[in-house]
Design a protein around this ligand. Structure first.
Ligand code: ATP
Ligand code: MG
Length: 230
């Protein structure tokens, strides 16, 4: 069976004008369809860089990424945009909601871009993350945690086969964080969605099938979260 996500000897070197800008050092990764992954690692270890490459938002210096057996490079810029619109949900570390659109419009836009406009479904997705009544708020009228939940609603709404979530509960108190974690992983299990969740919190591990840890641009498989520093 084709893997959901596959990388081959993936390297990323940022142009830094002097000091070493190597953020990824030969990542080999294979993630099966429907797997739920917790991706842990210290600040600066390369987690966001890896997610950006998996989503085709940035290009590797060397190596390649395959999504559902398709080589991202071979798809070209246009193909990668289409792939993101139809196949990927992305929760950015800093949410990336469009500031001039309301909550509802931000979520609805994801459906529009996937060619399936449906305002009612967008509203339901907002209710699902516990923000019914805040559909007409602009991002700057929401707290950080609320913006994060809208970003999660936006990723979930189109039922994509893959969701990449960068610190999806990073700005939430532990109670809301647990609720959102349950919601996100529960929906993904129900629908067979592949989910990669970056986190600093060991709590995330409890909800994952597999735990990966990044350290200095390399990736390590962990048996469990026990023994991992928070
Ligand atoms: N655009 C960039 N230009 C240059 N260096 C970068 C760039 N983005 C990230 N880096 C560097 O690459 C390394 C990995 O960064 P990355 O953002 O992937 O880390 P991270 O694991 O997501 O960290 P955090 O947990 O703080 O979000 C860091 O050393 C960072 O300084
Ligand atoms: Mg990051």
């Amino acid at each position: 069976m084709t893997s959901s996500i596959r990388t081959y000897d993936l390297w990323k070197e940022y142009e830094t004008g002097g000091h070493d800008g190597t953020a990824l050092r030969g990542i080999e990764l294979e993630i099966a369809k429907g797997q739920i992954i917790a991706l842990l690692g210290k600040s600066g270890s390369g987690k966001t860089t890896l997610l950006n490459l998996l989503a085709g938002l940035d290009e590797p210096t060397r190596g390649r990424v395959e999504i559902d057996g398709m080589d991202l490079k071979g798809l070209g810029e246009k193909g990668r945009t289409e792939l993101r619109r139809h196949k990927l949900g992305f929760v950015f570390q800093f949410f990336n909601l469009l500031p001039t659109l309301t909550s509802l419009e931000n979520v609805a836009l994801a459906l529009e871009l996937a060619g399936r406009p449906d305002e009612k479904l967008a509203g339901e997705s907002i209710a699902l993350v516990g923000l019914a009544g805040k559909e007409d708020r602009y991002p700057h009228e929401l707290s950080g945690g609320e913006q994060q939940r809208i970003a999660i609603a936006r990723a979930l709404v189109k039922n994509p086969p893959i969701i990449l979530a960068d610190e999806p509960t990073g700005n939430l108190d532990s109670h809301t964080g647990t609720q959102i974690l349950e919601l996100l992983t529960g929906r993904c299990r129900e629908l067979g969605t592949t989910l990669v969740m970056v986190s600093h919190s060991l709590k995330t591990c409890e909800y994952a099938d597999r735990v990966l840890r990044m350290s200095d641009g390399r990736i390590f498989e962990e048996e469990s979260c026990e023994g991992l520093a928070p």
